[in-house]
Design a protein around this ligand. Sequence first.
Ligand code: PMP
Length: 428
Amino acid sequence: MLKKTANSEIEARRKKVMARGVGVMTDHYATRALNSEIWDADGNRLIDFASGIAVLNTGHRHPRVMQAVEEQLRAFTHTCHQVVPYENYVHLAERLTDAAPGDFDKKAIFVTTGAEALENAVKIARAHTGRQAVVTFHGAFHGRTFMTMSMTGKVAPYKAGFGPMMPDVFHVPFPNPLHGVSVDDCFRALDGLFKSDLEPSRVAAIVFEPVQGEGGFNPAPAEFTTRLRALCDEHGIVMIADEVQTGFARTGSLLAMDRHEVAADMITMAKSLGGGFPIAAVVGRAEIMDAPAPGGLGGTYGGNPLGIAAAHAVLDIIRDEDLCARAEDLGARLKDRLRAIQGFMPEIADIRGPGFMVAIELMHADGTPAPDLANAIRQEALSRGLLLLTCGVHGNVIRFLAPITIPDDHFDEAMEMLQDAARAVKGA
Ligand code: PMP
């Protein structure tokens, strides 16, 4: 059992001063972290299968990220690129426009958070098309600002009480075979939307996640993106792939869209791009990206030098440590272990996800979602020192987001903890 003395004392203080709207999933207060391990205020060690919500594909404090940031710290920490620019910002734009899929000229902007990337992608699409409407999907998560909250496809807890939402944001179903939603169903719904509510010539952008993250690790089938591309082309709509959670080797390729036949017009990136430092980007077709006039985009901290330095190191690490291949390998091993657990836990209705973006969905025997079970496993795992996250529209999905740099012995240890936690929950 993990100790809770110092942790509990801080937790009591937190409750007095922190608004409860910032939900906190554990009461382990971090004091130190390295690669796939976190130590807390009581000296407990956690194996991190959350990665600060998909931020640490390269692990906590990767030595190369630390070195790059330390060098940048010694040079300068902030000038604001809009005031006095710097070369490594330009170079990162060169690297990302090169790396992003799509055989066309691209340009980039840097901002600080995922939500900010999505906000800017919509602004750019509106400026380019002169249109207003945005279509997104049920179960989508795009952020907590007003526009991205409106684009998010889940009411509680993200939207409840915060209305009115932004106008001209529409939602249609996202493919989800386990819940009986086919690709055809999605396009029928889009067709219906275009007939009943919204003429397609008013749509600036359709925004989707190549694998829905918060929504439950639901992959977009290849057929879906191909048909979406055709639909966007037919109506002059900007196709935006939100890769905030899927990016940077998590799915077994640098970007999840690398595995699709078609390219999006714009890609939003954040989280693991910065290896633990806040940086986000929008990368897209040059002529679309150039639609807003100078001064229309930006922000004081956008492309902060520390985030830029970290991002260069992240790209180097992914290449030099072959993290895409490692993600495939770890994902396959994880799925094997999950299938073994499924042997005594038939409530595991699905084991899914590309590369190392893997999740299980839990359902009761009567076919209803089992968020209670997902939570019980999460709690049991945590009490053994394994940090897991849940997700999904019904809260019945457990996602496994360990750093892709996790050493084999920690991965194996985590698998034992997971199996023990599942057995404890089942009383098996
Ligand atoms: N898009 C996706 C797909 C995300 O997963 C998230 C964060 N979970 C966001 C956008 C918002 O990112 P941020 O929290 O950095 O604003």
